[in-house]
Design a protein around this ligand. Structure first.
Ligand SMILES: CC(C)(COP(=O)(O)OP(=O)(O)OC[C@H]1O[C@@H](n2cnc3c(N)ncnc32)[C@H](O)[C@@H]1OP(=O)(O)O)[C@@H](O)C(=O)NCCC(=O)NCCS
Length: 160
């Protein structure tokens, strides 16, 4: 069963070597710009479906945009959102399959969490975690919030 997870932002460090390592492989991680919206949302829709595309689309209503992207050769290869489903909640996130296990997911996660930390939050919530719990534990020291299913999604209307 999915659950939410909690991250202690006050313990989160910047880890610049991770971003340098990715730069060395031609991958940059940066905040999305309003003009990127169509391409980013299309990437999310193509690779991760409608629900995540809707949530990602919402982050382009914020200023600054609350979505970070990983870019290689001017193409999106990964994305991560915060303040989408609710304030101080991380997600959705995803990396194009070919580029997984290289540190891209961690760099995207860290960028979003550091943005929340500098916005003044002490903790962040990672919403609706299923298979990726070990990834969040390892990269951000996240811990499971007990009895948090279906959490903030409890009132979502059902698909036909
Ligand atoms: C989860 C996801 C974003 C991780 O992206 P990634 O780029 O592969 O992650 P990273 O390479 O930055 O991984 C960082 C570390 O976590 C580990 N890790 C990554 N995914 C993991 C997983 N599913 N389970 C356990 N450990 C994982 C990596 O081995 C790595 O450790 P290392 O540095 O010792 O090698 C990616 O697998 C993905 O897009 N999954 C599908 C969408 C999804 O499930 N999103 C999360 C919804 S809550």
């Amino acid at each position: 069963m999915p659950h939410d997870m909690l991250v202690k932002l006050y313990e989160l460090e910047e880890k610049p070597e991770l971003f340098r390592k990715l730069e060395g492989k031609g991958i940059s991680v940066r905040r999305a710009m309003p003009a990127d919206k169509g391409r980013v949302v299309q990437f999310v829709q193509n690779n991760f479906g409608d629900g995540w595309a809707h949530e990602c689309s919402y982050t382009f209503t914020a200023h600054p945009v609350s979505c970070f992207i990983a870019v290689r050769e001017k193409k999106v290869i990964g994305f991560a959102c915060y303040d989408a489903v609710a304030k101080d909640v991380f997600g959705p996130t995803g990396v194009y399959e070919k580029y997984r296990r290289m540190g891209v997911g961690e760099a995207l996660l860290r960028s979003c969490l550091l943005a929340l930390k500098s916005a003044g939050y002490a903790y962040a919530v990672i919403g609706w975690v299923e298979d990726a719990a070990a990834f969040y534990e390892k990269t951000a020291g996240a811990s499971v919030i007990e009895n948090s299913f279906p959490g903030i999604y409890r009132n979502m209307i059902a698909a036909d």
